[in-house]
Design a binder for this molecule. Structure first.
Ligand code: NAI
Ligand code: MG
Length: 355
């Protein structure tokens, strides 16, 4: 069976790190006998916008929907296109129309990456943030009345559906079963009296179907503190859209440079393609110099292979960049070295071993 992958490098360092990510993905595919076919697209970029006056072709949905996955770099070049246009008219369209209701971010302290938290060593921090990506606090229900008067009032409603809540919580339980059988739920049911108790209720109800998974919950305020003070307490953390947004930035920030963090926007049903990308953006400040760290993009490639059912090939890529980082001879400037993006990309690809 061939997996079809749409490749969208986008802007800035996206075009530099994507080829390095592909190098590792191709190497792992070769070693593990996986059949992949790639097709590259130039849309979702400032250059495309300059040429066509839009970020995506009119038929983008039809063009992309048949692919098994999307491998994405970064979009954004604020000198040419305002950021709200470039992001809303490309990446956010993919997430919505392809119902990528899971945002998945691994948080792991890697060897050879300066750790911002004192006294933590690689292995101490290793967890997964599972964020609801389609509803919750980020709904468009609300508005403003009596604008500009003394009675001015604004309302924005949180919407949690049973479908939306159950599917993200289930996904998190399933991830927990693959890992350490421990799930942490982010809540705030002491202060938010309708939606958050409902969230807790659904976590408890579904927990009955996963009796092997130990479940705990924390209010979001103390949970953020515990990410910093006790990151070793966590294995899989599930959160609503807003809480997950915060935790999915805080988690990776606890483990060092933004250049190594990956992210998956996943539709677990397979009805539409899922999208894998680094957490970072197009980094105009260093773009064009060939010094971007490609690890976030490479790791996103490993997540993509895992999603496509190749856990072994995925693990082999992660193992390879961990060894290269631990060895420390090939480091990009953000890690304190002088290596180029392709030096590091090549070192990782060459380090991948068939298990
Ligand atoms: P950014 O992530 O592009 O850069 C932030 C800082 O981190 C910069 O100093 C950059 O040099 C550094 N950095 C980022 N990735 C790096 C890497 N791989 N290696 C070494 N250093 C790295 O965020 P910023 O500057 O806020 O946004 C720049 C553009 O990217 C904007 O147009 C923004 O909208 C877009 N963006 C796109 C995202 C996406 O496509 N998912 C995500 C975040 C921002
Ligand atoms: Mg965010």
């Amino acid at each position: 069976m061939t997996h079809t992958i749409a490749v969208i490098p986008g802007d800035g360092i996206g075009t530099e790190v994507v080829p390095e990510g592909l190098r590792s993905v191709r190497r792992a595919a070769e070693l593990f006998g996986i059949d992949l076919s790639f097709q590259e697209f130039d849309f979702a970029s400032a250059a495309y916008w300059q040429q066509h006056g839009r970020m995506l072709p009119e038929d983008w949905f039809e063009v992309l929907q048949g692919f098994d996955a999307i491998y994405f770099g970064a979009v954004g070049w604020p000198d040419v296109v305002p950021d709200h246009v470039s992001l809303w008219e490309s990446l956010l369209q993919f997430r919505r129309r392809f119902d990528q209701y899971v945002n998945l971010r691994p948080v792991r302290l890697l060897p050879g990456v300066p750790a911002p938290l004192a006294g933590r060593a690689p292995g101490d921090i290793d967890f997964l943030v599972v964020r609801e990506n389609t509803e919750g606090e980020y709904s468009s229900i609300g508005g403003r009345i009596f604008e500009g008067t003394e009675r001015e009032a604004v309302v924005q409603e949180t919407v949690m559906t049973r479908t939306g809540t159950d599917r993200i919580v289930r996904f998190a339980f399933e991830q927990a079963q693959r890992r350490g059988n421990h799930l942490t739920s982010a809540t705030k049911s002491n202060g938010i009296s309708h939606t958050m108790p409902y969230w807790d209720e659904r976590v408890a109800a579904l927990g009955a179907e996963y009796p092997d998974v130990r479940v705990d919950k924390y209010h979001i305020d103390i949970l953020t503190a515990n990410f910093v003070l006790h990151p070793d307490w966590f294995d899989v953390v599930v959160a609503s859209n807003l809480f997950g947004d915060i935790l999915s930035d805080l988690g990776p920030a606890c483990t060092g440079t933004i250049g190594v963090a990956p992210s998956g926007n996943i539709n677990p049903t397979g009805a539409f393609p899922s999208l894998f990308e680094p957490v970072h953006g197009s980094a105009p400040d260093i773009a064009g110099r060939g010094i971007a760290n490609p690890i976030g993009q490479i790791w996103a490639g490993a997540m993509m292979l895992d999603h496509l059912g190749h856990a072994d090939a995925s693990a082999a890529i992660v193992d390879a960049f961990e060894r290269v980082l631990a060895e420390g001879t090939v480091r990009t400037p953000d890690l304190g070295g002088t290596a180029t993006c392709s030096d590091l990309g090549q070192a990782v690809a060459e380090a991948i071993k068939a298990s």
